[in-house]
Design a protein around this ligand. Structure first.
Ligand SMILES: Nc1ncnc2c1ncn2[C@@H]1O[C@H](COP(=O)(O)OP(=O)(O)OP(=O)(O)O)[C@@H](O)[C@H]1O
Length: 254
């Protein structure tokens, strides 16, 4: 095998170049470049208002952007093409701080809904998939439960199963443990950690620094709408280079 073949780059799942996003005159993302390889787990950290959530929302097409390009799984994100957007949304899963389960549907139906409606899966197939996914997040016995019978941690795990049901190429997690009581955080993080070890491509905004350090392959530190520092967790947490990152890390340890 030639050296070129051995080192042939793997196509990124997410490729962002020169991304700029403004709300009115407030430029929130000031030229973001980022490539995420298949199976990578990228943690996004930074102060409140640095643009972390906005970046995730651009990647799944919830926000339009003014400049730059964004490709998911080889397909450019074209916000002016409804067909392309629908396709993109199927490739990008997103989990939010709030679980957003449909309260009038059972847990099982919550997980089955999108595959049935969007992927046109048959009921039996969707049900089998939902059961397998609920088992994967440790909730095999909750298929027939209603969301309000579950704890916040359990509801968030259902939200993860629901996102996985669409078989996304990348899963975006936006502070998914922030609304949980402290004792429920661990059960959700354990599920995410398992997904990471199973090879899921993950992009997660998190305030759980110990978790980011343990699970991520790279950490992005955002500051004032830019990728200010990026590197492996050992470098970002163990050997921060810029005063802004040093200050951020010391502020969260206070
Ligand atoms: N829908 C919106 N309309 C106007 N401004 C917005 C909107 N959403 C976010 N912003 C602004 O964009 C900036 C970045 O917000 P964003 O939520 O992306 O930051 P963040 O780093 O995720 O913060 P946090 O950690 O608090 O969630 C902030 O100044 C915010 O006020």
């Amino acid at each position: 095998m030639s050296l070129a073949a051995e080192t042939a780059p793997v196509a990124p799942i997410v490729e962002i170049a020169g991304l700029r996003k403004s709300y009115g005159t407030n430029e929130v993302l000031k030229g973001i470049d980022l490539k995420v390889a298949p199976g990578e787990v990228v943690a996004i950290i930074g102060k409140s208002g640095s643009g972390k959530s906005t970046l995730l929302r651009c990647i799944n097409g919830l926000e339009e952007f003014q400049d730059g390009s964004l490709t998911v799984d080889g397909k450019p994100l074209l916000t002016d093409s409804p067909g392309a957007m629908r396709e993109l949304r199927q490739r990008v899963g997103m989990i939010f701080q709030s679980f957003n389960l449909f309260p009038h549907l059972t847990v099982g139906r919550n997980v089955m809904l999108a595959p049935t409606l969007v992927k046109k899966r048959g009921k039996a197939e969707a049900e089998a998939q939902a059961k397998a996914l609920l088992e994967r997040v440790g909730l095999a016995d909750k298929f027939d439960a209603m969301p309000d019978q579950l704890s916040g941690g359990q509801q968030q795990r259902v939200a993860i199963a629901r996102a996985l049901a669409m078989e996304p190429a990348v899963l975006l997690c936006d502070e998914i443990t922030s609304a949980l009581d402290p004792e429920l955080v661990g059960e959700v993080l354990r599920v995410v950690e398992r997904l990471a070890t199973e090879g899921m491509t993950l992009l997660m905004v998190t305030h759980e620094m110990a978790f980011a350090r343990k699970v991520s392959s790279r950490v992005v530190f955002m500051h004032l709408g830019r990728v200010h520092e990026i590197g492996p967790p050992s470098e970002i947490f163990g050997n921060p280079q810029t005063p802004e990152l040093k200050q951020f890390l010391s502020s969260i340890h206070e």
